[in-house]
Design a protein around this ligand. Structure first.
Ligand code: HEC
Length: 248
């Protein structure tokens, strides 16, 4: 192993290192093109028959280049570093590109200040993109009346502190992640509050029947499904890209 201290000391913000994506021409045995990245530890790649190369970056973007020239055609901010390689697949005649976004590995762990310099955050997500105009419209799911009522009650009484859509902004407990003990006592907590804390008693305003209807985990499922749909359908930029590149 030897003395690793000097190598670690060399890893700092001023000396964070850079990376690049290099396309190699195997016939001519020389680089075809090269894209410079601001930082090192960028993602793997996938090349498509339609002349595209996709890659995620440590500065939290997912990018498509033309495979022949390395021209940037599209990019989207993804709010997480990407080190995995993307993949692509067809489903019912629609082509999708999926990447597992998330920041980790040796450099992210040990890079210290140099790793922080990228600004990459670790939050993982599986991201899927498709040509918005090709994705079949997703029928609005029938809303269970109990869920609709629970959501309304939550947003009338609880969301002002616990956060819209049951997602806490971080100041007050996120009710999706309460422990089993708390979940079992939801009714009591709603009625009597938690003495000595900012959780007020709601007994005077929320009937027992209404309190039972506040279903936090159900709200979460609905919100998540919605987000998934938004993710699939909001990528107008992909539209532009694929219009340039028919038959991807
Ligand atoms: C005025 C702001 C406010 C409102 C409105 C509010 N809460 Fe709270 N709630 C809090 C705070 C602050 C805490 C954290 C108390 C502590 O310090 O432990 C809390 C804690 C809780 C907890 C315990 C969570 C845990 O995991 O420890 C539950 C359950 C809860 N609230 C349910 C509700 C429900 C249901 C509603 C709507 C009927 C509601 N709260 C409305 C402020 C609020």
């Amino acid at each position: 192993m030897g003395d690793g201290v000097p190598q670690f000391r060399a890893l700092n913000r001023q000396n964070a290192g850079t990376g690049h994506l290099l396309a190699w021409d195997p016939v001519k045995q020389k680089p075809a093109w090269r894209v410079q990245h601001a930082y090192l530890w960028n993602g793997g790649t996938v090349a498509t028959a339609g002349n595209l190369v996709f890659q995620g970056t440590s500065d939290m973007r997912f990018v498509a280049y033309s495979a022949d020239k390395g021209r940037k055609l599209w990019e989207v901010p993804v709010q997480s570093g990407i080190i995995a390689g993307p993949m692509t697949y067809m489903l019912d005649g629609v082509q999708y590109v999926t990447v597992s976004a998330g920041w980790g590995g040796a450099f992210a762990l040990a890079g210290g200040d140099a790793a922080l310099a990228t600004g990459a955050r670790p939050g993982g997500a599986v991201l899927t993109y498709a040509l918005a105009s090709k994705v079949p419209p997703i029928a609005a799911a029938a809303v269970d009346p109990d869920v609709a009522r629970g959501e309304k009650l939550y947003h009338s009484y609880c969301a002002v502190c616990h956060g819209a859509g049951a997602v806490s902004g971080g100041l007050v407990p996120d009710l999706r992640h309460s422990n089993e003990e708390v979940k079992k006592n939801m009714l009591l907590i709603t009625k009597h509050g938690l003495a000595g804390t900012g959780m007020a008693p709601f007994g005077a305003w929320v009937s027992e029947d209404e309190a039972k209807g506040i279903r936090v985990p159900r709200i979460r499922r609905r919100v998540d499904r919605h987000r998934y749909v938004v993710l699939m359908r909001s990528e107008v930029a992909v539209n532009l890209l694929l219009r340039h590149q028919p038959g991807v």
